[in-house]
Design a protein. Sequence first.
Length: 222
Amino acid sequence: MAQAKMSGAKSGGGGEAVQQAGGGQLRGRFCRSTSMADRSSRLLESLDQLERRVEALRDAASSMEQEKETLLEMIHSIQNSQDMRNISEGEREELNLTAKRLMGRTLTVEVSVETIRNPQQQESLLHATRMIDEVVGKLLDDLEDSKGHLMSLYGACTSEVPLGPIDQKFQSVVIGCAIEDQKKIKRRLETLLRNIENSEKSIMLLEHQKTTTRQLCNNGRD
């Protein structure tokens, strides 16, 4: 039985053609290997998909981080609310126990999103943090002045039209921070201003109650 084998020239895909004749039958086979460019393209596409998932993971973790901060702030606000002062001691004690339990459970959640910074961004973050801490340290001494200073710091972080003056020095420092750090600095200032506003409301309610009590006492004497 005669048999013939013929090898063809390699194509651009590195393939090989084989023709075999036997018993009057003809069989053909062509193998094409994947080029390096195709492999590189597939790998790049996979990495692009993974990068999107990584960024989605960081965004989700950042949202959880913010949610944790919000929950702790809300629990703390309830604990120090005027309503908490205007209930019986037994009820207040029970509610405080519940609040402490919720606070403890919230603190068990550990969420951390590390920000990649160059040395200049790290220095800018430390500088901005020191500037905020200095103002916070003066809150008890002069609440009104410290509030105004915090508002000027916040105005330096927002793209909206500020309601008051802007701390230009702080703004130049914040611009040197990483984008994620800029967002965190803004959130911290928002939280501080909300806490001050809540404290002022509590003080006003307390003063109103004292005034009402004095008036009732004076009316009773009359």
